[in-house]
Design a protein around this ligand. Sequence first.
Ligand SMILES: [Zn+2]
Length: 196
Amino acid sequence: MKILIDNGHGANTQGKRSPDGRLIEALYTREIAIRVEHELCKRGYETLRIVREEVDVPLSERCRRVNDICSEFGKSNVLLVSIHCNAAGNGAQWMQARGWEAWTSIGQTKADRLADCLYASADRFLPGMKIRKDLADGDPDKESGLYILKHTECPAVLTENLFQDNMEDVAFLLSEEGKQAITSLHVEGIIKFIEL
Ligand SMILES: [Zn+2]
């Protein structure tokens, strides 16, 4: 199994940061992606970060990279997790919304199983924190036509790792404990899916 890790946005993307500027989504998710990659590698899994550049890479190019790897290895031998932080406002002020959630494309696919594993992992590694679920269709993930989910051929999940405009969430995200929790959440969730 080839594990593809995407980290959202680029250092040149406008907005996408905490109101106090301490958390920049592109840099934070990149740091988490590197940690996830190192940990999976250490445990013998094959991983690839699809965006190694610091500047933003358009979604069409991200999807092209993923689909090239799907063509090469077969889409059932590839999975994609795209790592983001959420926001409730426009970044100018602190907001109230908190918590973790994950998205898949619309309809039941293998991505829903991957999302189930990541949700179970979130429950484990983010004890006492809000886990945002949409149980209307019988599973916890939220579904949408997000470009990176819709235009990639392999199972793909986008994680929104707490809110970059919530003061408590940002304090946790920036702590070493928080970084380890977000990393482990991804590592254990992905491994559980592969072992299924
Ligand atoms: Zn994002």
